[in-house]
Design a protein. Structure first.
Length: 366
């Protein structure tokens, strides 16, 4: 389960798609966002029809996961009725209040998506990061929604469908789906153009995760790595996967550089990663504490505190800018050990890059 939170940005970089081996397409479903808008505007009254849409179901289920609450379907439908009838929820687990407050901006951004080639731009960006000789074929479903938990502007989940009800499953099961929440994007950015750029950045991030998972399933190197499901290797894979995905996001926003506050925050995350690794490797660590450490690596509630993702951004940024794009692509081919080893070598040349712990280096050489 991977989530992306919103950060500041500046203009978008575009690239043309050129690799014939990269056969990936996006199927974009706007129905949930469209009907939520109609519900708020009084043009839709049947909340069950809105609730039963796949995009709506995905956003509601993930909101409950992030809020750590389980609510029956009847409760969700009552919340939708409150959205329609302009009643304020006492809890607002599903984040409907910001939807109502930013309805005009959400509607404008949705129309912008439909005018411009969102999917083509995203795929042209993603293909640069994968090996040219890798044959990758996938059709990915993207659901555009207009509500959800404040801690996720977009996410990738693996899903098995029971009718229109999503059942979240683990790696290698079901299908990967991507959800993008317009409400969070308009709430965090001042204009439709910047919101559109943010969407491209966000969707590129999440599409990378989904395509990387497809690539891993066909790679002999990654099939071996993914048999090692102990917490240390889960954390290492998360650092690489999120790190490259955030590298893609920030390249779209800023043309390749990192703002000083982002760079410094990423530097500060490396010692936290070292400490978490040491704790995870302790024989006495409980299973609940292991889960907490892994969750905080990417789901702490803020980008700055997501120590695994943020440290990974620094590592991917350093490899990409100091060794070149081919070197970063090699880490996708060669696996997580290569990603950490390339960064470790750079720390010996550049004082501004915090060093990895001996425990990390020793484990990833095995």
């Amino acid at each position: 389960m991977r989530f992306l939170t919103v950060a500041s940005l500046i203009p978008l970089l575009l690239h043309s798609q050129s690799n014939p081996n990269f056969n990936v397409s996006l199927q974009v479903d706007y129905a949930s966002a469209e009907q939520i808008i109609e519900l708020c505007e009084g043009r839709m009254y049947n909340v069950k029809n809105v609730a039963d849409l796949r995009g709506t179901q995905l956003a509601a289920a993930t909101s409950m996961v992030l809020a750590r609450k389980e609510l029956p379907p009847e409760t969700f439908q009552r919340e939708l009725e409150g959205l329609r009838d302009k009643f304020k929820s006492s809890d607002d687990v599903f984040g409907f209040a910001p939807t109502r407050a930013h309805l005009a901006e959400i509607k404008a951004l949705l129309e912008e998506y439909k005018k411009r080639q969102l999917d083509r731009r995203v795929l042209a960006t993603i293909e640069q990061f994968f090996p040219n000789d890798a044959r990758i074929s996938a059709t990915l479903s993207v659901y555009i929604v207009a509500f959800g938990n404040e801690n996720a502007s977009a996410f990738v989940r693996r899903v098995v469908w029971s009718g229109n009800t999503p059942i979240f499953v683990g790696e290698g099961q079901g299908e990967p789906i991507i959800v993008v929440n317009l409400q969070r994007l308009v709430e965090s950015n001042p204009s439709t153009e910047i919101q559109f750029i943010e969407t491209l950045s966000t969707l590129a991030h999440e599409t990378f995760h989904a395509v990387f998972e497809v690539y891993q399933s066909t790679s002999p190197v990654w099939r071996v790595i993914n048999t090692r499901r102990e917490p240390l290797w889960e954390l290492a894979e998360l650092v690489q996967n999120e790190g490259i995905a955030y590298r893609i996001s920030f390249q779209q926003r800023s043309g390749g550089s990192l703002r000083p506050n982002i760079f410094n925050g990423a530097r500060n995350a490396v010692p936290v990663l070292n400490s978490a690794w040491l704790e995870l490797s302790s024989p006495g660590v409980s299973s609940s504490r292991s889960r907490e450490l892994l969750m905080n690596a990417n789901l702490s509630g803020s980008f700055e505190k997501n120590y695994g993702a943020t440290a990974g951004l620094l590592m991917a940024f350093a490899i990409d800018t100091k060794l070149g794009r081919n070197a970063l692509t090699e880490t996708i081919t060669n696996g997580v050990g290569d990603f950490f080893q390339k960064y470790d070598a750079l720390t010996k040349q550049y004082d501004e890059l915090p060093r990895l712990s001996e425990e990390i280096k020793r484990e990833l050489k095995r």
